[in-house]
Design a protein around this ligand. Structure first.
Ligand code: SF4
Length: 57
């Protein structure tokens, strides 16, 4: 992915996220990033995937 995600004024409606320590997180388990990236290739379970757009607050 090119470029850092922008924090929007409205939540990204298709995403539920509970990572409340993320810069992009908003109350109600919303993500305010305009885009996210999820890794990694060849994951076999959901535990093997992560949002790499995560940024500490
Ligand atoms: S950027 Fe990723 S970790 Fe952060 S709130 Fe959005 S989906 Fe969650």
């Amino acid at each position: 992915m090119t470029g850092r995600a922008q924090k929007m004024s409205q939540p990204n409606g298709g995403i539920k996220c509970v990572v409340n320590t993320c810069h992009y997180y908003g109350q109600g388990d919303h993500c305010y990033a305009d885009k996210i990236e999820v890794q990694s290739p060849n994951a076999k379970t959901s535990d093997m995937t992560d949002c790499t757009t995560f940024t500490p607050e």
